[in-house]
Write a protein that binds this ligand. Sequence first.
Ligand SMILES: CC(C)(COP(=O)(O)OP(=O)(O)OC[C@H]1O[C@@H](n2cnc3c(N)ncnc32)[C@H](O)[C@@H]1OP(=O)(O)O)[C@@H](O)C(=O)NCCC(=O)NCCS
Length: 179
Amino acid sequence: MGTDKDTRSSFFNKRNNQLTFSIRRCTFDDLEKVKDVNEKELPEDYPFFFYKSILDNFPESFLVACSKDDPNHILGYVMWRIERIPSKNSLRLINKGHLVSIAVSESYRRLGIASALLSKSMPEILKRNITEYVLEVRVSNLGAVNLYKNLDYKVEEIKKKYYKDGENANYMILTIQEE
Ligand SMILES: CC(C)(COP(=O)(O)OP(=O)(O)OC[C@H]1O[C@@H](n2cnc3c(N)ncnc32)[C@H](O)[C@@H]1OP(=O)(O)O)[C@@H](O)C(=O)NCCC(=O)NCCS
């Protein structure tokens, strides 16, 4: 049996041949594996029914990255939901695309997986007529903040003590330009 190191090096070799990972929609059968990635990579855990409700309600933007050799090997995921809130200028309700969670297994980071998950899921959630994309990220999570800044998200405000352990969140938004 190969070691994790062997798996990693063959993955990197394949990267050079452009055969790395693929992005596809999450299925019900993936949910336990997505939950496993989340529990390993992030302090915020969710119950199974939460993943299931995101999959039921927003299936088009709930994507997974998987190994091309083994589509059941989940390397990372992204999930979005819609928030419906009053517009600042009128009583009209507007939609925001809220990034619920994104994570990539530690062995597979800095390969462009999160960027690919975001660039494929954002057009999907956009189809729900959103006016902006929004997300919270720990102020200490500089890697993730860089990832979002690369996509032109801007820090709108700091949400004080947003996380259970008391850490502040950067509230970042990307406004959609009207045509
Ligand atoms: C944040 C996270 C999703 C990034 O995943 P990834 O697949 O490694 O990201 P990418 O390879 O697409 O990175 C794209 C760019 O983001 C920035 N970036 C990503 N991770 C970074 C890090 N650790 N330090 C600095 N910049 C980083 C870089 O600009 C990178 O481009 P580069 O590799 O060409 O320099 C991953 O580190 C992760 O799962 N972290 C734990 C979970 C988490 O923090 N989720 C976000 C919660 S809001």
